[in-house]
Structures are given as structure tokens and as C-alpha cells.
Design a protein around this ligand. Structure first.
Ligand code: PMP
Length: 496
């Protein structure tokens, strides 16, 4: 989205519609509205902004008041953005089974994430949010019942669709439901302004809570009294909670739904992958599921039909899920074959030796640097010393070990700004090398005794010598924990 904007919040919505020519049968025009273009990568940015601004307008949310919501993640991520920009603290309750990317994203944006047991499903995380809101007088968003949710979709998502298909056919609009905000908000506008458009709602084939026709029991405030009997755990995070939300039921009662389509989990995964590989469109599992539904619609749609599918979020939120299960971290056989097709830069062929340095080509040790190294190592006030590089990952791994042990240490970061003047860090490195004979960094000393580099330090820890030496020199070391120091290495170094 081009243009100047007062804040990031002005960039919510106005998502593009893209034609999927490779998927549709001849004569059918298939389009996708890609909600991943929202600033936090999902359709729920709309609801987050809509709910918060409505609450600001009606006074139910006070300046600086804490906001709380139960969410499968995308709402929390959208709220985290809105609350960060508008200076509201945010607490999110979420079942532990939703992808860990979601937790990290919310925390990165400054939110607190309170996990609830997976066994208690969506109703559990909802009940926890209510409990916390009552106890602490926080503002509860109530996305499953809050009319600001569909209202925002009526004002934005629906209008965008009307504009994009003005003067053209739009025969089918295909969506899933999480809260039903998209369904109710867009559905009612389409019904009124494009009555010929058929509204198709998808749900997991193993959790057909709408298709079952069995009513949802709920309390006076519209919240669910218990799990729906047809709910089963399914793959499409963000779709079909374990109850029929009030907003979704409203859409049923208003007869906004022309067809309910059950979607198979494997079809959803396949469609998400196919979108990435065949169209370069990178979206999540519920997007794949909606496309699977849209493709079913295309199979029977009369020639000349136009079908629009909603793709709710980006694929980046699913790296730890089944969607990426078959995606390799290490080189595949095919990639190894490509690597071996030329001689150099391979793991199975050793690298050429660097040219030998002549002794007179070596920089000489300066007396100042030698003195610095000797004094630093001998300093009894600071017995644990590491000569390191600021962002070297091996140095970082040793730092993690020390942090795990709660050990105070001195880190001489040779390439940091503090050591750059007159190549002071370089001089120290030369002096260190002449003392110990090893050119590598990091180098660790305890109580004046030379331990070695990262590997020797890890071996000394795993073997018990490091801890003993630290204790001998009066260094406080936290109680022994089960820890293999090598687990602290960067993941790319773990065995292939
Ligand atoms: N897909 C994903 C990934 C979602 O997070 C959500 C919302 N929870 C939806 C679809 C459904 O959107 P809505 O709440 O508007 O029904």
C-alpha cells in the first residue's frame, strides 16, 4: 500500500484481490482476497481496530486501561499492534495448542500471553479471559459477540469487495468462520447489494458444528455454555472454535448462508502448498481450506461464473505446524546432488588450506596489549574472563552457558566500539594468540587458568571441571541443572 499514513493503523484493510487462473476450470473466474496484506498479516487486524475504536467511542475503554481477549492468535496479534500504537497494555489468553509463532509475535509486540490447557479448548481460554477481566477490571473485547466486529467488516471488507466487483459478475463468495465477524459483516452487505451472490461457508469435515444443525447452548450474554457436541480438534487454526459463536449464529438466523461445505484437512494443506508453489501466494491453513472450498464450488459453477475466496492470513504463522512438516531443514538428496555437481564449497570435500603465513608477516605483540591480557586474566576480582567477538554465535553460546549458571564474567568484546580505537582489539588479539597459541575466538579463562575455546569450555562444563574451578575461585555458580552445554549452540550447528 503506497501513500503517507499518520500511523500503522491507517494501513489496515484495503487488501488486494488476485486472480487464480491456474486453479480454476476453464470458463470459471476464481479470485482470492488476500488478508495477509494487513499490517500484522491477517484479517483480524480489522476486528482489532474496529473493536478498540468502538470501545473508545462509547467510553467502555478508558485511556491506559488494560485490554484482554481470548484468541486463537490472529486477534491477539492484531490487538497487540493496535494496543502498542494506542498505548493500552494487552493480556491475551490462548490455548497452548495454537502455534508458538503466535505467542512469540504477541510478546514481541509487548503483550502478555496467558496459556490455557489444550484439553479445555476454546471455551476454556474464553472463561479464563472473563475471569481475569472481572477480577482486574480490564476491558474484554468479546470478539465472538461484539457487534463492532461485523460492523467493521460491513464498513471495510464488504465495501472493498463491492468496489472491486462493481459492474462485474460475482456469483459465489466463499469464507470460513472463526468468530463469524467476516461472515456476518460481509454477508449482510452482499445479501442487500448483490443478492445474486451465493454465500458459501466452509468448516472442517471432522467438526461440522454448523452442518450438524445442532443448536449451541449459550448464556444470556451470548457466550457459549459448553462445547458443541459435534466439535473435534481440527487443523484449521482460527476456524470453527468448539462452539457456534453468537455472530455466526446471527448469520444463520438471518439466512445469509446458501451452502455449508465440509473441508478435509489434507485438502487444506495441499491447497495452501499449491498456492505457494503455483501462484507464489503465501498463506495459512485456513486460507488453503477456503481455497479447497472454492475449488469445490468451481467444479459445479456454470461457465462464466466468478468465485471469490477469502484468504485470512499469512503462512509465516505456521512454520512449526503440520503445514511445514515435510519441509526439510537440512539438504535433501536432490539438493546434495546439486551441491556435488561442482567441486567446491561442499561438506564432503575439505576446504583448500589457507596459504601459510611467513613468521615475519605476523604482526608483532605490543607491550601494552600483552600487559592488558596478562592483567585481565590475573584479575582476582573477576576470575571468569572471555575474550570474544560481539555477535559471534560461538561467543553467544558461551554467554548462554554463563547466564544459565548465573556466573558473573568479564567479556572482552574485541570488535566492539570500545576496542576499535587504534585497533586496540586487534592488538589484544595478537597478544592473546602469542600467549595461548590459538588464533580462534572465544577464549575462556577461569582464575588465571586457560580453559580454551567454545568446545573446550563446553567439554570442561559437561565433565564438571569448569564448575569445580569456578567454585574454587569463589565464583557463585547456581545449583547443578541437567544441561548439555552443546544444546546451547546455534541450531544450524546441530547434527545433520
Ligand atoms: N482464519 C484464521 C487464520 C483466523 O485467525 C480467523 C479468525 N479467528 C478466521 C479465519 C475467521 O475469521 P472470522 O473471525 O472473521 O470469522
Amino acid at each position: 500500500m503506497a501513500g503517507k499514513h499518520a500511523t500503522i493503523l491507517d494501513t489496515v484493510g484495503r487488501t488486494p484481490v488476485v486472480k487464480l487462473s491456474k486453479f480454476a476450470p476453464p470458463g470459471v473466474h476464481l479470485f482470492a482476497k488476500i488478508e495477509a496484506f494487513n499490517p500484522m498479516g491477517s484479517v483480524k487486524d480489522r476486528l482489532a481496530l474496529g473493536v478498540i475504536e468502538a470501545a473508545e467511542r462509547d467510553g467502555s475503554l478508558k485511556p491506559g486501561q488494560t485490554v484482554i481477549e481470548a484468541t486463537s492468535g490472529n486477534t491477539g496479534i492484531g490487538l497487540a499492534m493496535v494496543c502498542a500504537q494506542k498505548d493500552y497494555p494487552l493480556v491475551v489468553t490462548m490455548a497452548e495448542s495454537f502455534s508458538v509463532e503466535r505467542r512469540k509475535l504477541m510478546r514481541f509486540l509487548g503483550a502478555k500471553v496467558v496459556l490455557t490447557p489444550a484439553s479445555e479448548k476454546g471455551t476454556g481460554m474464553l472463561a479464563k479471559a472473563v475471569e481475569l477481566a472481572e477480577k482486574h477490571h480490564w476491558f474484554l473485547c468479546r470478539q465472538f459477540e461484539n457487534e463492532a466486529n461485523p460492523d467493521y467488516h460491513s464498513r471495510t471488507t464488504a465495501r472493498e469487495i463491492l468496489d472491486d466487483f462493481a459492474g462485474e459478475r460475482l456469483d459465489y463468495w466463499v469464507t470460513g468462520f472463526g468468530t463469524g465477524g467476516t461472515l456476518k459483516g460481509v454477508g449482510r452487505v452482499l445479501r442487500k447489494e448483490r443478492p445474486e451472490t451465493k454465500i458459501v461457508v466452509c468448516e472442517p469435515d471432522n467438526a461440522q458444528i454448523l452442518g450438524s444443525g445442532v443448536a449451541q447452548s449459550r448464556g444470556a450474554d451470548g457466550s457459549p455454555a459448553e462445547s458443541h457436541p459435534y466439535f473435534r480438534p481440527h487443523l484449521m487454526q482460527g476456524w470453527t472454535p468448539d462452539f457456534i459463536p453468537k455472530l455466526t449464529e446471527d448469520a444463520v438466523v438471518a439466512k445469509l448462508i446458501d451452502q455449508i461445505l465440509p473441508i478435509n484437512g489434507n485438502d487444506a494443506l495441499k491447497c495452501s502448498r499449491d498456492l505457494a508453489r503455483r501462484e507464489g501466494i503465501f498463506v495459512g491453513i485456513s486460507a488453503g481450506a477456503t481455497l479447497a472450498g472454492a475449488l469445490k464450488v468451481c467444479e459445479t459453477a456454470p461457465p462464466g461464473s466468478t468465485v471469490l475466496a477469502m484468504l485470512p492470513d499469512t503462512g509465516e504463522r505456521y512454520l512449526s505446524t503440520q503445514l511445514f512438516e515435510d519441509i526439510a531443514v537440512h539438504m535433501t538428496d536432490e539438493e546434495i546432488e546439486i551441491s556435488r555437481s561442482t567441486p567446491k564449497y561442499r561438506f564432503d570435500a575439505s576446504a583448500p588450506k589457507p596459504p601459510r603465513q611467513e613468521p615475519d608477516g605476523q604482526p608483532s605483540v605490543t607491550p601494552e596489549a600483552r600487559k592488558f591480557v596478562e592483567e585481565t586474566i590475573a584479575n582476582r576480582e573477576q576470575p571468569v574472563v572471555m575474550f570474544s567477538l560481539e555477535w559471534c554465535e560461538f561467543c553467544g553460546s558461551v554467554r548462554k552457558l554463563f547466564a544459565n549458571l548465573g556466573v558473573p564474567y568479564r567479556s572482552v568484546d574485541l570488535d566492539s566500539v570500545a576496542y576499535q580505537r587504534d585497533n586496540w582489539g586487534g592488538q589484544i588479539r595478537v597478544a592473546l594468540r602469542s600467549l595461548i597459541g590459538s588464533p580462534t575466538i572465544p577464549q575462556v579463562f577461569v582464575g588465571g587458568e586457560y580453559i580454551g575455546g567454545c568446545q573446550e569450555t563446553f567439554d570442561a562444563f559437561n565433565g564438571g571441571r569448569l564448575r569445580a574451578l569456578m567454585q574454587q575461585h569463589g565464583v557463585p555458580v547456581s545449583e547443578a541443572k541437567e544441561l548439555d552445554a552443546y544444546s546451547l549452540l546455534p541450531t544450524w550447528l546441530h547434527p545433520r
